[in-house]
Design a protein around this ligand. Structure first.
Ligand SMILES: Cc1cc2nc3c(=O)[nH]c(=O)nc-3n(C[C@H](O)[C@H](O)[C@H](O)COP(=O)(O)OP(=O)(O)OC[C@H]3O[C@@H](n4cnc5c(N)ncnc54)[C@H](O)[C@@H]3O)c2cc1C
Length: 378
């Protein structure tokens, strides 16, 4: 086989979908035996939409446009509004359900004739100068010139020379679907609080909530009955999005920052969350991962089969991704620390920053650029 991809999450499946036209033999190996049932809602940029359209896997019917983002802080002054019309765009981004994206990619891979082997959990990896061999828990083995690790980070440290740096934010993200008594009109809300950021993303006729809290507080929130949860949310979020009426599908995710020291090793490229897992505060994780996927798929398609997975191809991939990945990690970590850690920037400083953003179209454009394209204009 030419390319073996471990993990059929959104990033691994996108590498396969984009590289399918190359005519190479590509195998995708996924530990799950069926759909993930993941309840996450993802905010994706314009650039990510274009990329998924190119992969013929944009889940159009279930995507909701984000027309504006309202940013504020609890217990402090200042707020800013980033508006799509001001940026000359029909939408700042889109929300899609993780499950809808997963099934669009799965359908596309079937249509393109790329085999996804489900129930194949990678257990061991052997790297040699001319190929990579993976052994799965099922006993199956696969060898390829190029190994793509897109497993969210489960196996990277089995690779010699790969180490993670990062931190545990000691927070959980509580996610849920909530309804209010007002139509969302395509507006997303991001609210910074001393306990961590909270966001409401418009999706269909409701909002997806991402509420970060300390692990103890998050567990208490998960245990509340619906009425008490809604009351706690109202107190936390205020009434800017209206009165919260109902909640369903509560779940929790631990939040950490993890980034590999290098996204390449012998015969191996590491992409998506396996390369960098970010706090969801700015909705950057998958957007960044999809850019990994696009760059790697382009390299796969442009490299002659005999040079696939060679040092030249992997070195060029590493260099092409360095700046974007480093900035994505730093930007997200800065936001988490600046808005959560009262000692770093006092409340009035954050209020000033938000007000300045609201008054200065230039500054707002820089922030919007980051949200829309992933990196500020050079
Ligand atoms: C609460 C929350 C909200 C988020 N919101 C956003 C957002 O708004 N916008 C955004 O851009 N990002 C967001 N993210 C980040 C986003 O979810 C991730 O960046 C994205 O899912 C990464 O995709 P991936 O394919 O790299 O990894 P994953 O989604 O983790 O997929 C990895 C796949 O590998 C498989 N796998 C694992 N181990 C093995 C193994 N041993 N063998 C074979 N297969 C294996 C898994 O089953 C899975 O299918 C959010 C994250 C969280 C937690």
């Amino acid at each position: 086989m030419d390319v073996a991809i471990i993990g059929a999450g959104p990033v691994g499946a996108t590498v396969a979908a984009l590289a399918a036209a190359s005519g190479l033999s590509i195998g995708v190996f996924e530990a799950r035996t069926g759909p993930s049932g993941d309840k996450r809602t993802l905010a994706l940029s314009h650039a990510s939409r274009r990329l998924l359209e190119e992969a013929l896997a944009w889940p159009a019917p279930s995507a909701t446009p984000i027309r504006s983002i309202h940013i504020s802080q609890k217990g402090g002054p200042g707020r800013t509004l980033i508006d799509a019309a001001e940026q000359g765009l029909p939408a700042l981004g889109y929300t899609v359900a993780y499950a809808a994206l997963e099934s669009a990619l799965d359908a596309r891979l079937r249509e393109a004739g790329v085999e996804v082997a489900y129930g194949q959990s990678c257990e061991a990896i052997a790297l040699e100068p001319d190929r990579a061999t993976v052994r799965f828990a099922s006993g199956r083995e696969a060898s390829a010139r190029l190994l793509v690790l897109a497993d969210g980070g489960a196996n990277s440290t089995k690779i010699p020379g790969i180490a993670y740096t990062g931190k545990d934010y000691d927070q959980l993200a509580v996610t849920a679907a909530v309804r209010t008594d007002r139509e969302h009109g395509g507006r997303a809300y991001e609210r910074f609080t001393a306990e961590g950021p909270a966001a409401l993303l418009p999706v269909d006729d409701r909002y997806a909530l991402v509420w970060t809290e300390s692990p103890d507080a998050a567990r208490r929130l998960l245990a509340l009955d619906d009425a008490s949860f809604l009351a706690a949310l109202q107190a936390h979020f205020g009434d800017r999005a209206g009165r919260f009426l109902s909640v369903s599908s509560r779940a929790a995710f631990p939040l950490r920052l993890r980034a590999v020291n290098t996204p390449v090793a012998l015969r191996t490229a590491i992409v998506g969350n396996a390369a960098q897992a970010l706090h969801p505060i700015a909705g950057q994780g998958l957007n960044l991962g999809l850019r990994d996927a696009a760059e790697l798929a382009a390299a796969i398609s442009a490299t002659p089969p005999e040079a696939l997975g060679g040092d030249a191809m992997l070195g060029a991939y590493r260099d092409a991704r360095r700046r974007d990945a480093t900035r994505g990690v730093a930007f997200t970590d800065f936001l988490v620390s600046a808005f959560a850690d009262a000692r770093r920037i006092p409340t009035w400083g954050r209020g000033l920053a938000l007000t300045a953003l609201d008054l200065l179209p230039g500054a707002r454009r820089v922030l919007a650029e980051r949200m829309i394209r992933g990196s500020p204009a050079p």
